[in-house]
Design a protein around this ligand. Structure first.
Ligand code: F6P
Length: 534
């Protein structure tokens, strides 16, 4: 039996108390514990990893046959075994000459045809060639949830400097407040509604879509003409009355949380235009090639995955914080929550056997520097250790505000340095001494100023948040999740854990709106139904 995990646990027992700052005293540490690709730099020097541990982690990847699993994914094999499907989001960004066979049929002609239809539609809509009842389209509302919202919403916000045409809005929550507040102020005669749903059955999306159609019908005689569907369920979209020329389909081998590259990305394509969207796809495709070709420690997705496994499965840290020092990536933590937690938050292996180790981590975070003034207190002095993953660009998009950017970058670097170095009791005493307190009070106060340090972090640095770079960054995380899943033996492409709540919600809804009693429910749920029923 392979003993790679045991060796890593033993290595951790040996080095847990070794200060990371001591490792970083080696001037070669940065060059030896970072990896680059194109304009991206992954620095993992501020972790406890040393050469031996890295070798041990790479051995883990070899033992799990990550290379074989990767080849299977790119080839279109049905690696999503519980749903009997391929996981081929990479096909959506594959280059013009790619050929990918699924069940013996090349899927690329269809992918390219849909992409061309999307581009024609986006161009018409952006240029005024598409006429809404009131003329040129001013606003686009994407209605979708989960992967049908988080990807396009995050990417559209991230690429705001490239956004030049209709305003794009995103409605996801079934809370009527979301659609109400979004539609308020929009003109139905110049608004296009995109219903984004792979299944075209998701309750939240279909409820919001019906509300939007009613809203539009009040002022537009043919509201269906201003609706677009993005779905794998063409029949569902047709039944809903959306004409085939405005239905953009995709195959079931595109997972919801991996779908921004195809039709689900239409709102982004409308926002930034087909040419910039192509650059976004090109970035992701270049990361795919890097992932397939780069060896061992030069491979960014592999190394990011190994750092993740090291922190979660070996060191035992339950969460990881994603901290973009880039306001336009403020939605990245939400996006990664779905990508990582829906993919690897699982308690059984591909074969249905109990997972022999802990599942993927809890992912959370917020944009820096805002987080610094909210939860960083715990990161620095709490009793839990949270590995932090910083993202930062060398350059912003506002040259006239370069002084803001310098401050932003300084804060990002200061945080990872502070987490690593900490502040000793001796240093704390020296600071407090200057205040001239009585010895007892000074000693007490010094304890509050101690930072334990030795808290690991990685930094993903890049030149500038362009469409190409964003494509690379998202694809990097997708492949990281894949590698972690393969090593853990998880099927990262299904999501059975979301089903039970959906079923129960369907049964509860009539209890809340009708007079039927909730006697069959447990005491807590019945009590809450009684209180909340109107
Ligand atoms: O509830 C989970 C989920 O199935 C996600 O995986 C998916 O991204 C989301 O719901 C939305 O699904 P759909 O695109 O089919 O509306």
């Amino acid at each position: 039996m392979d003993d790679s995990w045991d060796r890593l646990h033993a290595a951790w027992a040996d080095v847990a108390q070794r200060p990371i700052r001591a490792l970083c005293e080696d001037p070669d540490r940065f060059s030896r514990f970072s990896a680059r690709f194109d304009g991206l730099l992954l620095d993992y020097a501020k972790t406890a990893m040393d050469d031996g541990i890295r070798q041990g982690l790479l051995a883990l990847a070899r033992a799990a046959d990550v290379a074989g699993a990767r080849a299977a994914m790119f080839s279109g094999a049905a690696i999503n075994t519980t749903e009997g499907r391929a996981a081929l989001h990479t096909a959506l960004r594959a280059g013009p000459t790619a050929q990918i066979l699924v069940d013996g049929r090349d899927v690329m002609p269809e992918v390219r045809e849909t992409r061309a239809r999307m581009a024609a539609f986006a161009t018409a809509l952006r240029g005024g060639g598409f006429h809404a009842a009131g003329g040129r389209v001013t606003d686009v509302v994407n209605i979708g949830i989960g992967g049908s919202d988080l990807g396009p919403a995050m990417a559209t916000a991230a690429l705001a400097p490239y956004h030049d045409r209709p305003r794009c809005h995103f409605v996801s929550n079934v809370d009527g407040a979301h659609i109400h507040d979004t539609l308020q102020g929009l003109d139905p005669k110049t608004t296009v509604v995109i219903v984004a749903s792979k299944t075209f059955t998701t309750a939240e999306t279909m409820t919001n879509a019906a509300t939007a159609r009613d809203w539009m019908a009040r002022e537009v005689s043919e509201p269906g003409a201003q609706f677009v569907a993005l779905s794998s369920n063409g029949a569902g979209a047709a039944e809903w009355g959306i004409a085939p020329e405005r239905v953009f389909g995709f195959a079931d081998w595109v997972g919801g949380r991996y779908s921004v590259w195809g039709p689900i990305g239409l709102s982004l394509m409308i926002a930034i235009g087909p040419d910039q969207f192509d650059l976004f796809l090109g970035g992701a495709a270049s990361m795919d090639t890097h992932f397939r070709e780069a060896e061992g420690q030069d491979n960014l997705p592999v190394m990011l995955a190994l750092v993740g496994l090291w922190h979660r499965q070996v060191c035992g840290y339950p969460t990881r914080a994603v901290l973009p020092y880039e306001q336009r990536l403020a939605q990245l933590p939400d996006y990664l929550q779905q990508l990582e937690m829906e993919s690897n938050g699982k308690r059984v292996t591909r074969d249905g056997a109990p997972l022999s180790r802990v599942s993927g981590p809890i992912v959370w975070g917020a944009a820096g520097t805002n987080g610094q003034h909210a939860f960083y207190q715990l990161l620095h002095q709490g009793t839990d250790i949270v590995p932090c993953e910083f993202l930062v660009a060398a350059e912003g998009h506002e040259p006239e505000l370069a002084h803001h950017h310098a401050l932003l970058v300084a804060n990002c670097l200061a945080q990872s340095e502070a987490l690593m170095k900490g502040r000793s009791m001796q240093e704390a005493r020296a600071i407090v001494a200057a205040r001239g307190l009585a010895p007892d009070a000074a000693e007490r106060e010094a304890h509050h100023r101690v930072f334990p340090g030795n808290r690991p972090s990685v930094t993903l640095a890049f030149d500038k948040l362009t469409p190409r770079r964003l494509g690379q960054i998202i694809a990097l995380y997708e492949h990281r999740v894949f590698v972690e899943g393969v090593i853990l033996g998880i099927n990262s492409f299904d999501q059975w854990g979301v089903e039970l709540g959906k079923e129960l919600a369907t049964a509860l809804e009539p209890l809340l709106s009708g007079s039927e009693g909730a006697e069959d429910k447990d005491a807590s749920t019945a009590g809450l139904v009684a209180f909340l029923r109107r």
